[in-house]
Design a binder for this molecule. Sequence first.
Ligand SMILES: C[S@@+](CC[C@H](N)C(=O)[O-])C[C@H]1O[C@@H](n2cnc3c(N)ncnc32)[C@H](O)[C@@H]1O
Length: 290
Amino acid sequence: MLTRTLPDALHDLFVAGPDAADYPRINDYFNHAYHRDPDAFMLQFELLREQHAAFHSPDAIAGYCCLKPFGYAGDFQLIDRLYTHYTGDGKHIARWDAFAQAQPAAVAVRNRKTYFMDLLTNGMPGRVLNVASGPARDVFEFYEKWPQAPITVDCLEYDAHAIAYAKSLLNGNERVLFRQQNILTWKAEGAYQLVWSSGLFDYFTDAVFVRVLRKLLSCVEPGGELVIGNFSDENPNRAFMEAGMQWYLHHRSPFQLTDLARQAGAADWTPVVRNEPAGVNLFLHLTKPV
Ligand SMILES: C[S@@+](CC[C@H](N)C(=O)[O-])C[C@H]1O[C@@H](n2cnc3c(N)ncnc32)[C@H](O)[C@@H]1O
């Protein structure tokens, strides 16, 4: 019988890397042990991390995330690895990467790319502000599909490496403009039909969430929409992300998101919370009254 607290019981599986049939056992291990005693589990897992390349190598999804080569978790390269179904070389890393890529959290990240592209396709908003644009693969794929779309996208991004990467992907697309800005210090300007931000607000405390949301509300034109992504407090991969990848987010419920919208002064912007098909990434939709 599996001893949930003892990594020894999973030793061979950790060394070889899991097969799809092993995924429930791996999730069971992470979820039960972590939820019972997060601090003890983190200590125990640090030993595993040293022993297994999947958790310390930059070539692996989890290892890369722990190493944070650009100084923060969830950088453009990690996100683009998720978007492009990356798996590293070698059986051990490839199997662990396949595990990471198959998890609802990774599926949710890929789904949010589609979610944004659908917002662009269905609404064809003329002017779009994309806050924390990262690799901008969503924007790239949208224009691949709709090269003549009458849309311009202003990408606001803090990390110069992310901007360089996104620019090379977009290959001089004149409809997309990049501004290297920190959203915390950026002086709000412009009137957009769609303001979008995913993978940013879940790094913010409630106080910062409200402050930045208030700033973005001022950039939406009447009748326009603001959509903010945030991981759900029901994320089934939280233990794997926190212990395995050292990737910490502020997970939130639909109620919390609408309450933060109210605190930011958007109570009359008809707050609605939707989600992508995996149910992990929530989206707070706010529509500016005309
Ligand atoms: C998890 S990625 C999300 C990228 C993209 N929105 C997506 O969903 O594919 C987060 C991005 O937010 C950027 N970022 C983090 N803090 C920021 C800030 N204060 N101002 C602007 N960008 C920021 C990071 O540089 C990174 O590229």
